[in-house]
Design a protein around this ligand. Sequence first.
Ligand code: GLY
Length: 318
Amino acid sequence: MWGIIATWRMAVEGITEADKMLKNGADSGDAIEVAIKEVENFPYYKSVGYGGLPNEEMEVELDAAYMDGDTLDIGAVAAIKDYANPISIARRLSHEKVNCMLVGEGAEKFAHKEGFERKNMLTDRAKIHYKNRVKEVQQQEIKPYSGHDTVGMVCLDTHGKMTAATSTSGLFMKKKGRVGDSPISGSGFYVDSKIGGASATGLGEDLMKGCISYEIVRLMKEGKHPQEACEIAVNNLDEELKARRGKAGDLSLIAMNNKGEWGVATNIEGFSFAVATENEEPIVYLTKNVNGKCIHEVASQEWLDNYMKTRTAPLEEK
Ligand code: GLY
């Protein structure tokens, strides 16, 4: 059995590449890295890699992580600037015994020394988004950019090895140096090949309050199906946050166990995700939470066409 599941529609091209590799017996780490890089390289996705939206100082600071579910090795970078593929740097760091999570200048120094590709990640389009937002943002609370966020994936290969990976530019207009859940083990991602893995997207500050990816893996370890594990974890955290703090940020989770069974839960409307397994061609679903149960529907062709049209529509400065 093999499989890969990812947050958001933006991941489908990446998981399609990974699916081809996994079919041919590729390593889960190689497949997930290719899949994440595909998302990082596409300039029209505004919350990951090249074209990601900048912080309040108009700098694109990126977070990424990689975890190997066999060895439990983890590598992560946070607030890294001017490197094309943070995921590859995170994966490289996962081979280190210590110093495997680096931030800012330290991460950039490491990437330079290791010969990773440098790139100005701020596109002209992202600059326009920034300038337009500067005009609007003064009186508003910072929210995760509507409809787009972290790409997070969990992958199982034919050898039974599982991996998890994330990549994001984080919140649009975040403070310089702000780090969300995505590079934080247990919050943005977690995977154990003996059980399964999970990854998150949404408001990092709230996802971290529940160590929610680890919580899902823990529930799967207790014998829960990934779907049930995701629903329990998301519903519980959503309820706790509302009870204690009056509101909960966006929480959306994907998970897969080591049998290739998967699950997804969200507390928002219209969360999209992409999945491919030995039994399913790469496909995009939309999901919604109806009284605690998440209902998944295959995305229509109209929805898919509209998605790309909106992402690539011409953008003008206001
Ligand atoms: N979930 C991504 C972030 O909050 O940065």
